[in-house]
Design a protein around this ligand. Structure first.
Ligand SMILES: Cc1cc2nc3c(=O)[nH]c(=O)nc-3n(C[C@H](O)[C@H](O)[C@H](O)COP(=O)(O)O)c2cc1C
Length: 371
């Protein structure tokens, strides 16, 4: 691929206090290499290495907030407590030392099991209505007091991110975890003000989280929110079936304080509403930007032949063309491009791409080490 073709990817980006050297974002990827929730020197080195090879913005693996039920795996990092926060301080200092920028992805797993362990928190499991999906029960429905405490815990994590010097904070509102369980009618059967018949009504919890995070970080630090139509409980689900429904979902989140919508898809080239603009039409990030005016990040099989679901099923992916991606970026359908597995497998992916060096793709064995 020629340098000219890649130009759009290597343009700087600025928003509020955030300054990025290029448009490449490392997608958040759970690695479970933080025993007792504390990210150690190996985790710091893993992120520093990717920043040193030119990634513009790193989003951390999901890191859990200060609620007893926020995690489903003891090796997932915490974003609370002195030891874990000291670990994150090393992470961000290392990334900054080599010219990178980074934000933690703050997370509560709701009632979702980890694919890696059967571990459950001593406190038990909590979610909007004690459901994993439309039919499966697990754990308890949250009281209003638990909801208020959870919102406060998201805000404390965001305040800590700012205090430690992170450049952005990302709220994990995607993939069927807690915040998404509030959005989704199948898992939110509440009859109080956090439930309701419309997506807008069920977005109240997320809106309150965003408002609290905004109060915690001030006006200048960008807030990123990750969202998806699909759920790991059901890959075919769509929260918003039309652009109007999508606007009702996203506009209140942006009004509450989200600066950047991180629009999670398995394949970035899939049109979100092909019935409107055809099979090559706008993707999720494209529609989100058009409907809200906010900056957006696209993601999903960038530079790879197969999607990440296949990866969990043991599939290898080969390097794939970036032409379609760059054309969309040049048309300003979205602002930033997140890359997951390609960067998990090769810390020098950005550097090699820019220099035209051969790329290796992804193999499932790469999940086993933190290189
Ligand atoms: C090992 C692994 C762990 C992941 N963990 C997270 C996570 O903690 N939070 C999140 O929002 N997405 C997570 N994802 C999804 C990725 O961020 C990304 O959206 C997905 O891999 C698609 O990008 P890719 O095709 O470039 O890999 C994970 C993906 C992988 C492969």
């Amino acid at each position: 691929m020629t340098e000219v073709l890649l130009d759009a990817l290597f343009q700087p980006f600025e928003l509020k206090s955030l300054k990025l050297r290029n448009r490449v974002v490392m997608a958040p990827m759970t690695r479970s290499f933080s025993p007792e929730g504390v990210p150690g020197g190996d985790v710091a080195e893993y992120y520093r290495r990717r920043a040193s090879h030119g990634v513009g913005l790193i989003l951390s693996e999901g890191t859990v907030i200060d609620r007893p039920a926020s995690s489903n795996d003891p090796n997932i990092p915490h974003f609370h407590g002195d030891a874990a926060l000291a670990g994150w301080q090393r992470v961000i200092d290392g990334v900054h030392a080599v010219g990178g920028a980074m934000g933690p992805q703050i997370w509560h797993v709701g009632s979702v099991r980890s694919p890696m362990t059967d571990w459950v928190p001593a406190s038990g499991i909590e979610s909007p209505s004690g459901l994993v999906d439309a039919t499966q029960t697990r754990g308890v429905a949250m009281t209003e007091e638990a909801i208020a405490d959870t919102i406060a815990a998201f805000a404390r994590a965001a305040a800590d991110a700012r205090r430690l010097g992170f450049d952005v904070v990302e709220i994990h509102g995607a993939h069927g975890y807690l915040i998404d369980q509030f959005f989704w009618g199948a898992t939110n059967r509440r009859t109080d003000q956090y439930g309701g018949a419309t997506l807008k009504a069920r977005s109240r919890f997320a809106v309150e989280v965003v408002r609290a995070v905004r109060r915690a970080v001030g006006e200048e630090m960008p807030i990123v929110m990750r969202l998806s139509q699909w759920k790991q409980q059901d890959y075919a689900v769509r929260l918003a079936e039309s652009p109007d429904a999508m606007a009702e979902w996203l506009v209140p989140l942006v009004e509450a304080g989200v600066d950047i919508l991180h629009c999670s898809q398995r394949r970035f080239w899939d049109a979100e509403f092909p019935e409107i603009d055809g099979a090559g039409g706008l993707n999720f990030a494209g529609w989100a930007k058009k409907l809200t005016g906010a900056a957006t990040i696209t993601v999903g099989s960038v530079g790879l032949s197969g999607d990440f679901l296949g990866a969990f099923g043991g599939e290898t992916s080969q390097p794939a063309s970036l032409v379609n991606l760059i054309q969309r970026l040049e048309r300003r359908e979205f602002d930033l491009v997140a890359v997951g597995r390609a960067l998990l497998s090769d810390p020098a992916w950005v550097h090699k791409l820019r220099e035209g060096e051969p790329l290796a793709g992804f193999k499932p064995a790469d999940l086993a080490t933190l290189y």
